[in-house]
Design a binder for this molecule. Sequence first.
Ligand SMILES: [Zn+2]
Ligand SMILES: [Zn+2]
Length: 388
Amino acid sequence: MRSWRWYLSRVMRLFLRWFRLCPQRGRRKRQSRVRDLWNYWKVIMKSLYFNVLNNSDTVLDCAFEPIYWLVDNLTRWFGVVFVSLVIALTSSVVIIVYLCVLPIIFSTYPFHWILWHLCYGHWNLLMVVFFYYKATTTHPGFPPQEKSDIPTVTICKKCIVPKPARTHHCSICNRCILKMDHHCPWLNNCVGHFNHRYFFSFCLYMSMGCIYCSISVKDMFLDAYNAIESGRYMGVHAQGEVITDVGLIYSLLPPGDTPGQSYFQTPPPTFTHQERMVHKSLIYLWVLTSSVAVALGGLTLWHALLITRGETSVERHINHKERKRLKLKGKLFRNPYHHGKLNNWKVFLGVQKQSHWLTRVLLPSSHAPHGDGLTWDSPAYRNNTMAI
Ligand SMILES: [Zn+2]
Ligand SMILES: [Zn+2]
């Protein structure tokens, strides 16, 4: 049996030993913490720029990242403005046609031409309105966010979710889109698997409508243009008062421009305020529809070419690169989603029997596209002899 003094001395010795070692332990701890922080900082810094695939493209992408960010945000916020502009311009064309063009057609054209313009014009307008509404309001299709059994090609670096085949990330919508074609600011929506047909049909019918308006209104436009030009040369005041003073007419003309004798022999035409408004409206209508017909017609032809080849706009670039890469190796690239020119169109438009060309293409139809956009099995007509 030991005495309490022995126990006390042991406790005191232990305490003194701990007290002596304390500063050393604290220093070691601090050193270890600083080392950990330094290692952590190095990992963070390396994670910002380290990439085994680093090349000039990656560096350029990083350098232009602020510009991409700005463009993406502007496109996102200006989407509503662009959609409003499409609605406002289309409405203005329709109002001018109803108020200015149709009265002229009713009063001057034979019956069969009146019937043609009424039928074709309203059918075209119905198709444009229907497909624009569907293209803007239908979601393009998104891959599932949770784990699933669908076959995936890769992982999206931004969404951190598996990407099925033909899926790409849209930096403006900030999410992955099934069979992504492009982000359209005029729709304020991405064009993907579920609204690709609506987008193309809208472009097609809008182009057809603009070409139709441009051709139909051409003569009226020339008359209106000549009327405005002659009115200006005749020196019609803004208030509608005709200037009869020859000296004043000369003073109003541009330098070096001399009017012929006919200007003074024939009475100058006078137009009411309403007629002048009609002339200006017809000129606006023809210029607008002709410009859109050229621009949108070109875009529609480009998309028609892509559909014929079974490609989206994104795949066009990827396939082009792949084609060149394989060509250097002496190999031939084959697009796995190309089922033959006609069959590509049938798959795209959802035409499964002859009557569908009328009910699904020439009339408004909201049928779903072929497949779910996640898996890409060959359609039934793949083995058709039409396939190339
Ligand atoms: Zn993504
Ligand atoms: Zn988008």
